[in-house]
Design a protein around this ligand. Structure first.
Ligand SMILES: Cc1ncc(COP(=O)(O)O)c(C=O)c1O
Length: 464
């Protein structure tokens, strides 16, 4: 076999020590240029005009200004990213949860460069290259350890992976077409995913298709919360017999406010779905790789119930995983793109690193970072920012806190002040609006300390 391999040009490229050395040297040279990006830096006087032009041009050509004065230079190091105005920011949002290993990580970059050396830029389902096959195998092997998930189909964004999931559920359970989702759910930006999403601001002017019904998310302050949601679920099903195709849920409410729920909240609902043959669909677009296990359904120990699972973001592309029972008939799901060769290769490196380099489990790096970050927030809330950073929580590398009075205006203002002071975060939830962090897995204690300092300065600045 090995002899045969050396006859294939592609295998010679993959195994060539000379090419490997060139890639390593290239990545090392680039990293060398990024050496200084190890902390925050204010905008640089000589770069500010240039930066402003770039920020303004984004607004000019897309018809809407940037949320932040941010266009990256393409250089970054760990949790720090360089901006075209010469500033360096502590990036705690990472493209909304995409760059799980932060910026300029050597192994991710090497993988992406290797992928980029492929004969093709984009891969798809018709003529995939080996990265497609290897990533499929890796994902299915991991997913099937603690669930019945057996197959995977790639897409290029979470919304499209979700569209595929919905089609799979509806085909199998046809003619049932209704969807049960959570209040405050977020599922993406396609027409149907905007319908699943429970935020009027994201679908202004769109028609209602009336295909989504909702149950309340877990409320830890209400003793009857789990029973209330189960009852609401059962009421929907009995009012629509044979009509409910699927139940979609985020293992932790994401855009809806970073609210967690215990296993006991989910299990009775999932048992009922199983009994009623309603497809259980975990939308792990945001939670994948972040909760201390590879899948949040593992963190919650609910893998046995999952029929369909969607992932994206940290994967560097997107995918729908499903069981044997839900394997759709040919023709239902396809699509030109599965991802770029670079993104498939980098996604594979990310999965391998998260699952094999000490990040998972209770004593793994993800949960340690979670505890340290929450501690920093709680310490501030009890000392210099007393009562101004409440309710810190989340799962793993997804953390939110309610700042100030939790109003939209104040939180948006705070985000801009944080940005000015060197840190990038985002918001989630409504009433209250929360400050959201999608932390990189490589965050160090010194970065958490710096985040604490910037937060403290910014909150106090807001109080002046
Ligand atoms: C839970 C969830 N589902 C779906 C999506 C949509 O993913 P994408 O933006 O890649 O289409 C998101 C994006 O934030 C998400 O958080």
């Amino acid at each position: 076999m090995d002899q045969f391999k050396s006859k294939l040009a592609g295998h010679r490229i993959q195994n060539s020590p000379k090419i490997q050395k060139l890639i390593s040297e290239l990545v090392e040279a680039v990293r060398g240029e990024e050496r200084e990006l190890v902390s925050i830096r204010a905008p640089q006087a000589e770069a500010m005009d240039h930066g402003k032009h770039m920020f303004d041009d984004v607004a000019k050509y897309r018809g809407r200004p940037l949320q932040y004065q941010f266009v990256g230079t393409g250089a970054g190091h760990g949790a720090y990213v360089e901006v075209e105005d010469g500033s360096v920011k502590l990036d705690l949002i990472n493209g909304i949860g995409v760059h799980i290993f932060g910026h300029g990580h050597a192994k991710i970059r090497e993988a992406a460069v290797r992928g980029a050396l492929s004969d093709i830029v984009m891969q798809g389902g018709l003529e995939p290259n080996h990265e497609y096959m290897k990533l499929s195998k890796l994902l299915v092997e991991h997913a099937s350890k603690r669930s019945r998930l057996k197959y995977v189909w790639f897409a290029t964004c979470g919304s499209m992976a979700n569209e595929n999931a919905l089609k799979i559920a509806r085909q199998k359970n046809s003619p049932a077409k209704l969807v049960i989702a959570m209040k405050n759910a977020f599922a993406g930006r396609s027409t149907m995913m905007a319908e699943v999403t429970d935020n009027p601001a994201y679908k202004e002017g769109l028609p209602e298709y009336n295909e989504v019904l909702r149950i309340p998310w877990y409320d830890s302050s209400k003793k009857t919360s789990s029973a209330d949601s189960l009852r609401a679920f059962k009421e929907i099903v009995s009012a629509n017999p044979g009509q409910v195709a699927t139940f979609i849920f985020e293992p932790m409410l994401g855009e809806g406010g970073y609210r967690t729920a215990p296993r006991d909240f989910f299990v009775p609902i999932l048992e009922f779905c199983r009994e009623q043959k309603i497809a259980v669909w975990a939308d792990e677009v945001q939670t994948f790789m972040r909760t201390g296990e590879l899948f949040a359904f593992e963190t919650l120990c609910i893998g046995e119930y999952i029929d369909i699972c969607t992932i994206a973001k940290t994967l560097q592309t997107a995918a729908t995983l499903y069981t044997e029972d839900y394997n759709p008939r040919p023709g239902l799901i396809a699509g030109t793109f599965a991802g770029s060769s670079a993104s498939l290769a980098a996604g594979m490196a990310a999965v391998e690193m998260i699952s094999g380099e000490g990040y998972l489990g209770d004593s793994g790096k993800i949960r340690k970072t979670h505890r340290a970050f929450i501690k920093m927030l709680n310490d501030l809330n009890e000392t210099s920012c007393k009562g101004l950073l409440r309710d810190a929580g989340g799962m793993g590398l997804m953390i939110a806190v309610t700042p100030l009075d939790g109003s939209k205006d104040k939180v948006n203002k705070l985000l801009q002040v944080l940005f000015k002071n060197g840190m990038i975060a985002f918001s989630c939830g409504r009433d209250p609006y929360r400050l959201r962090f999608l932390l990189p897995a490589i965050l160090e204690q010194k970065d958490i300390d710096l985040a604490g300092k910037i937060l403290e300065t910014s909150i106090l600045e807001m109080m002046q």
